[in-house]
Design a protein around this ligand. Structure first.
Ligand SMILES: Cc1ncc(COP(=O)(O)O)c(C=O)c1O
Length: 401
């Protein structure tokens, strides 16, 4: 019995929470930390957060905010300056046309996703989720008592198509959750296909939640695209979940936002007013200022993107040369998604078995794809130094060969 089950056996946990699974990505990181504490020299390739520090100018804005005594409650939807900065930034960067009132400041992308799903779907509804998915999507659906309907995308190299969405819609479909650039695959849905996906949904009055947490991490020649820039008649079916976490290396600050039509936003603000109220006041202020400072923010994001690209360009060919590893070149985010099914047989029956081997023999922790609905795959994060990646590849190569 796992420690978690022991707790549930003695605690009358609510049914909706009992149905949820602990995040498998967090679990893998915890294993790495525990082994390190025991003195093992572990290389952790499970990280879902940038290994960079928050840019100095953003830290300074937060200090300014504190000195201006921005230490009290803000409106639930966020400081007016935050809403305005998001709207102005999207208008300038993407030509998007929405009002500041359609922006809600949230405690990270996670709360944006929770707000959007909880205000729209409930028991009896179906929520479409393309596979592989980010671990939290089906758990939110579990939590609200709705049903996840998974869409297989391997036939199209893990890039969701409008056709696949169309074929998965039933009378009960309420919402589609899309994530591009994608965690865990690193794939990016092209702008024209994304538009067709929203069109297919809008025709049937199905809403689309687009998780754009990795928005700016698209490698050239790919283009950054946001559904917030779709025409109004389509955008009214869309909620964009945005986040500062990955973009500006601010995972611990807990700040993100939703961009959605006024009616949906009103309901999300109502829900949020009874949970966290709003993200930290001076953090909102710092982020508003950061978005206004185009030059410095573009420079900071550009530097991180180039470094991820340098690592990716070294790592993927190295992985492709490994025995029985298959790995496509990621188009965005900072993950390599490795197909290890050629290892399956007598000894290895699941990707968890392969991950276990890498942990025990190569002292390298990677994330098993099963948690993303993709048994047979491993997710390798390159949000770590090139030196770590090179050392890990050496170790894995020795074990596999
Ligand atoms: C796909 C995806 N969406 C959302 C999040 C949530 O990020 P945060 O709540 O830190 O903004 C993450 C974090 O790992 C993610 O990978």
């Amino acid at each position: 019995m796992t420690p978690q089950n022991k707790i549930s056996a003695s605690f009358p946990v609510a049914e909706n929470v009992a149905k949820m699974q602990t995040s498998s990505t967090l679990k893998a990181g915890q294993i790495a930390a525990e082994l390190r504490e025991q003195g093992f020299d572990i290389i952790d390739l499970t990280l879902g957060e940038p290994d960079f520090q928050t840019p100095e100018f953003i830290k300074q804005y937060a200090i300014d905010g504190l000195q201006k005594n921005l230490t009290k409650y803000t409106p639930t939807a966020g400081l007016k300056s935050f809403q305005e900065s998001v709207a102005h930034f999207y208008a300038e960067r993407f030509g998007a046309d929405f009002s500041p009132m359609e922006v809600i400041a949230t405690c990270g992308g996670k709360q944006a996703l929770f707000n959007a799903v909880c205000t729209l779907a409930g028991a009896g509804d179906e929520v479409l989720i393309p596979k592989p998915y980010w671990v939290t999507f089906p758990e939110i659906v579990n939590f609200i008592g709705a049903t996840s309907v998974f869409i297989e995308t391997e036939a199209t190299d893990f890039v969701l198509t409008a056709e696949q969405v169309k074929n998965s819609i039933t009378d009960k479909t309420k919402l589609l959750i899309v994530n591009s650039p994608n965690n865990p695959t690193g794939r990016v849905i092209p702008a024209a296909e994304m538009r067709r996906i929203v069109e297919v949904c809008a025709e049937r009055e199905i809403y689309v939640l687009t998780d754009e947490c990795y928005l700016y991490f698209v490698y050239p020649p790919g283009e950054v695209f946001t559904s917030a820039a779709l025409p109004t008649e389509l955008r009214k079916y869309v909620c964009v979940a945005g986040s500062f976490s990955k973009t500006y290396a601010m995972t611990g600050w807990r700040i993100g936002y939703t961009i959605a039509g006024a009616d949906w936003s009103k309901q999300m603000a109502k829900l949020q007013s009874h949970s966290t109220s709003h993200p930290t006041s001076f953090v909102q202020y710092a982020c508003a200022r950061a978005l206004e400072n185009h030059a410095d923010s573009e420079k900071a994001v550009g530097a991180m993107l180039s470094e991820y690209e340098r690592r990716k360009d070294w790592l993927i060919p190295a992985l492709q040369q490994m025995k029985n590893f298959k790995c496509a070149m990621p188009e965005g985010a900072f993950y390599a998604f490795v197909d290890v099914r050629d290892w399956f047989g007598e000894k290895f029956k699941t990707s968890a078995d392969v991950a276990d081997l890498l942990l025990k023999e190569a002292h390298t922790v990677v994330t098993d794809g099963a948690g993303f609905g993709a048994n047979g795959f491993l997710r390798i994060s390159y949000a770590t130094s090139l030196e770590n990646l090179q050392q890990a590849v050496e170790r894995i190569k020795k074990v596999l060969e």
